[in-house]
Design a protein around this ligand. Sequence first.
Ligand code: UT7
Length: 332
Amino acid sequence: MNKITAAITAVGKYVPEYVLTNKELETMVDTNDEWIVTRTGIKERRILKKEGEGTSYMAIKAAEQLIEKKQLDPKEIDLVVVATATPDMFAASTAAYVASKIGASNAFAFDIESACSSFLYGMSLVSSYIESGKYKKVLLIGGDKMSSIIDYTDRATCIIFGDGAGAVLFEPSTDGYGVQDEFLRTDGAGREFLHVEAGGSVMPASEETVKNKKHFVHQEGRTVFKHAVSNMADVSEKMLTRNNLTKEDINWLAPHQANMRIIEATANRIDLDMSKVMVNIHKYGNTTSGTLPLLIADYEEQLKKGDNIIFAAFGGGFSWGSILLKWAYDSK
Ligand code: UT7
């Protein structure tokens, strides 16, 4: 019997309607469109404005789009994993709520969190479930409502992040499509440079923590930038060398969208033309766990059966890695 690999067989996406432009940010903090565009590549980002709507709202919309496009009976889904750094709430998983809302009544569901690497690690996790033969239809959703943990008086962070979600269906392939290889790493020494300090078990929420804005993302941008550039480039290069591939064998690079300069540095290292690099940072900013599935959804129509895609991410933790995937279908 042929080996089972984990192929992506459908995608869906959702971004909120509200567009927060650089111009609007100029009215909120001491910044300007030119600085943001030249330092990050971001022109606008989406914000989920309505009170009472969290990450699950976007995750459900993305999953529903996928279900509709694929004409999938949600009862056939075995497992729903939500990758997110901004779950709806603690203790009750966002995934459990999402699975029920989309009608995946025969599935079990849970969340995974590893900041901007959540979706990449999720790909590793769900592909292992598929490869083992244990489950046949696994829905991996990546989404974040970053606006819920951003301080809109801090120009160092508020210009970067946005809200959004994407959903991806993994199914078994016996023809060799799907995940081919992975290289994933973490370094806990990095957590002081990128984190949300309060609200967890180390520093539970209190009047004091709220007053001191400890529930917002704190990032030492320059340090994170340096680590992101070297690690994303290293892992992308590693994916080529250890699979005996040349740049001609790579059809697409799907890099985490944190900063256009990091994306370009990663592409440069493997000498890949920018026309082969998936980019949507200009319109969504950094959507954390939403980034990779949103990229897949935005580029789905351009992907061809057999295309080799390198996914690469870097984020809080620190956490980073790359995955090599062979695309399984022509969408047109
Ligand atoms: O997704 C998870 C991983 N995250 C990342 O990969 C993000 C990595 N970091 C970055 O993308 C960049 O470090 C930032 C975009 C966050 C910042 O860009 P930078 O080029 O590293 O700027 P910087 O922090 O070195 O600041 C340069 C100058 C400073 O002014 P002085 O000290 O040189 O006078 C900042 O105060 O730019 C100033 N600055 C700004 N000016 C206008 C910082 N933020 C802004 C702003 N508008 N929004």
